[in-house]
Design a protein around this ligand. Sequence first.
Ligand code: SF4
Length: 342
Amino acid sequence: MQTSSMKTLARWWEPAEKNKIKCTLCPRYCKIGPDQHGFCYIRQNKSGRLITTGYGHPTGFAVDPIEKKPLNHFLPGTDILSFGTAGCNLGCKFCQNWTMSKSRLDDLNAQSVSPEGVVALAKKHSTPSIAYTYNDPTIFAEYVLDISKLAREEGIRSVMVTAGYIDKEARKEVYKYIDAANVDLKAFSERFYRKLTSSHLSDVLDTLLWLNNETDVWLEITNLIIPQENDTEDEIRQMCDWILENLGDSVPLHFTAFHPDFKMRDKPRTPDNTLHTARLIALNMGIKYCYLGNILDSQSQTTYCPGCNQPLISRDRHSVSSNIIEKGKCPDCAETIAGVFH
Ligand code: SF4
């Protein structure tokens, strides 16, 4: 289905000096001159109005296991329709998906699909949810909002896979129909965020706080561990400490392995030992659910009951091999397991 051109007018902007437009969707607050694009490539000043060129132009449709997002406590064992667009509002030197995030739409042979078309695709593939993923969905928020509203009407859930770098006012609207999010907490130092992502840690922490404490969105966190950049035990402890103090002990935390890519090819792949150490630190500090990703190890991908340590959901990489949770509880000790299971 084609999209109408009217729909490409962006929300979240205001006029600025010298015929510029200030985009107010993310904390970068780009001031965009006539015919120029914002940092994320897909928001453009056209004749004094902000246009979202990503609206209706998805790339990379796939039906993935939801564990691949990764989400381990949200409809485990189900498939999710996934897509992204071109562009990104962060500048991560280690981007693991840079062929999309650093591309322009015409490089990617983007399709033309209306919000109705995306929801129809989810219904065709019988996926109970849709993921806005691959690049950062913050930048195509208008499209997300229209799709997630329609999806909710059809009983289909919506999932944001994001870095959480979004304006405080805009996020209230963008997440109105969102059911779950995996937020990438890329490190626990401002140095890392500024130098390697061109963004700021405090904005991401603020989004995590808001999602967890002021919305009903189910939240999980991913931390990509990069050797020599964010892999010290001290930094892992500080991150876990902040999570426990501010978000509680039940937000699942995923540590994932880095592979050399994009502008960071001088660092090795994350050693398995580093990942296992990080997981042990998190568990010993009191985080109830901690997983490892991009690594072959079924034990660290299993969900254990925090009450009696019974294995509840067993996974083999991204596929669920057994799930014995009953009505959100451990069948042995009746401990409630945090998550959305139906
Ligand atoms: S969403 Fe894009 S254009 Fe808007 S402020 Fe962020 S990077 Fe700039």
